[in-house]
Design a protein around this ligand. Structure first.
Ligand code: GDP
Length: 142
């Protein structure tokens, strides 16, 4: 099924100058970028986006990390985009991530793990609308 998902290149990915390499992996796997923006999240943005983790012991570290520098946010679109993006990303902990995935190749730790990707259709919808207005998403014309 053709669907959309939200991807974030986190502050460590931007700092390591990996935007192009990561975009190439999306494109090589058939995903299209329909919207993209670089932003520096505020504390309120990061707390809102990761609200589901607000009770977790790592929450304040996660918010500090996500606000430590600019991030690239993008809407990816294509066949099974949600699971395909999660596959390209690899497991949350880079130690468990399959070789050749973004997190296995570039991430330092379970926290500083380079990328975010929505984990299901409902989160994809809500996360896309967290960052983008409908008119900012350029649907494919082909
Ligand atoms: P994801 O969907 O693979 O990004 O993983 P989760 O939704 O479970 O966690 C969200 C983010 O919180 C992860 O991508 C990490 O940046 C961070 N995180 C998850 N688990 C831990 C943990 O045990 N410790 C720390 N410090 N950060 C974590």
């Amino acid at each position: 099924m053709q669907e959309s998902t939200l991807s974030i290149i986190k502050p460590d990915g931007v700092e390591k100058n990996l935007i192009g390499q990561i975009y190439k992996r999306f494109e090589d796997s058939g995903l299209r970028i329909l919207a993209a923006r670089m932003i520096h999240l505020t504390k309120e943005d990061a707390e809102g986006f990761y609200g589901i983790h607000s009770g977790k012991p790592f929450f304040s570290d996660l918010v500090s990390y996500m606000t430590s520098g600019p991030v690239m946010v993008q809407v990816l679109f294509g066949e099974d985009a949600i699971s395909k993006n999660r596959e390209i990303m690899g497991a949350t902990n880079p130690k468990d991530a399959e070789k050749g995935t973004i997190r296995s190749d570039f991430a330092e730790s379970i926290e500083r793990n380079i990328v975010h990707g929505s984990d299901g259709p409902e989160t994809a919808n809500s996360e896309i609308s967290f960052f983008f207005k409908r008119e900012e998403i350029c649907l494919p014309t082909i």
